[in-house]
Design a protein around this ligand. Structure first.
Ligand SMILES: [Zn+2]
Length: 62
């Protein structure tokens, strides 16, 4: 799973499911970060109050 971190809104998106509702197009490119590192994501959520985006993270992929 690849994640896309939006540092302006402190939201973590799932790259394959990002859609218009995520409003990523309002975020400058340099404020977006792509990663495959689940541990990094966990750290951001635990220690920096980042949250999973409700628009693309609730999709049941299994
Ligand atoms: Zn999203």
């Amino acid at each position: 799973m690849k994640f896309l971190i939006d540092h302006t809104t402190c939201l973590i998106h799932r790259t394959p499911y990002v859609g218009d509702a995520c409003q990523l197009n309002q975020t400058p490119l340099e404020q977006r970060e792509g990663t495959h590192d689940q541990q990094y994501i966990d750290e951001l959520m635990k220690s920096k109050n980042y949250a999973e985006c409700g628009n693309c993270s609730n999709i049941d992929m299994f």
